[in-house]
Design a protein around this ligand. Sequence first.
Ligand code: ZN
Length: 301
Amino acid sequence: MRIGIDLGGSKIEAVALDTGGAELARRRVPTPQGDYEGTVRAVAALVAAIEAGIGRRGRVGIGTPGAISPATGLIKNANSTCLNGRPLHRDLEAALGRPVRLANDANCFALSEAADGAAAGADVVFGVILGTGVGGGVVVGGQVLTGPNAIAGEWGHNPLPWPDAEERPGPACYCGKQGCIETFLSGPGLAADHARSGAGRKSAEVIVAAASNEAAAEATLRRYERRLAKALAHVINLLDPEVIVLGGGLSRIERLYADVPAIWGEYVFSDAVATRLVPPLHGDSSGVRGAAWLWPEEAGG
Ligand SMILES: [Zn+2]
């Protein structure tokens, strides 16, 4: 049995999966805000409750914001800032009394969709989160690619490629650079682009809903589609994935799956592009399911 934990900013969710990926149990609790020790205790209590309910012990994988710094073993880059600089991996293993695997939440999303989701059966998969921020994860042969810096797939802080004149130097990013992909492709980035066009301040959801009926919203969404096509063409040139899966709130924009591949051929260095762009199969459950898939199934697992 595998147990996956999605450690989010507002809730901690746990799921137990059997060998075939069927859900045996699911529980969630609010995240103890700003309380690191309380967060570790809450994860341990969730696992204990799931195992008591099922009557079996499982292998535990955890998806977190940020990443474990290979240099220090401590969490870095997490937007739940009480985790940063803490030995979360070591403390969770101590609290649970067993080895646990820990990965970035975008990596868990990519792994879930590659394991038994929209990219099942594909050898090379790029998973993208288009939400409050922009993250990415790479899965090759069923394994998350991590790398010596634990940043594989972190494409949101690359510059937008092939920028038009009005896309240079681009909006300021919290990382200290300008014109990062995230500043154009996140939900707040889409809303800010709409406001800069002089069309007024609206949320990304309102802009998407108004597109095709309202010229300004339609123009904003067309700019978004071209930028996403350019950003993904860069990934295709580097990684040549069979499947790119979109996740996060903006992955619900259905037209992206037809419109973006119609554009990216202009930028991909190939006569034809066989890469497929698909919506997620598991939706909001991908984070917690991907955390469970961090462990291989073994005899007795
Ligand atoms: Zn940035």
